[in-house]
Design a protein. Structure first.
Length: 102
């Protein structure tokens, strides 16, 4: 169901997604700092990919990788990730019950 859906980092708290990820790594839900390697292990990705997320070279993970990352950091997935490809325009064009586009 979610296997091929990609999720991207979102901007929060006045900073870019990669900066927010770094902040969450410093202050996890269990109040312990998590390293790049620890987060990568928890997410099931390479430490290089986590490094790329932090530098902005990459910004997307699969649903399962994003879910495991958020879980390790102790936050709800929606705090850190959003489904890639979704736009405000696409959401605004939701069919009404009478079949017309909104």
């Amino acid at each position: 169901m979610h296997d091929d859906t990609m999720y991207r980092l979102v901007d929060r708290e006045g900073c870019e997604g990669r900066e927010f990820l770094r902040l969450l790594m410093e202050r996890t839900g269990d109040a312990r700092k998590v390293t790049v390697r620890q987060l990568a292990l928890s997410a099931g990705v390479s430490h290089g990919l986590v490094g790329n997320l932090l530098t902005g070279t990459s910004s997307q993970l699969t649903y399962e990788q994003a879910r495991r990352t958020a879980r390790r950091l102790g936050v709800d997935m929606a705090v850190l990730w959003e489904e890639a490809g979704r736009t405000v325009e696409a959401l605004a064009e939701t069919p009404r019950h009478d079949g017309a586009l909104v």
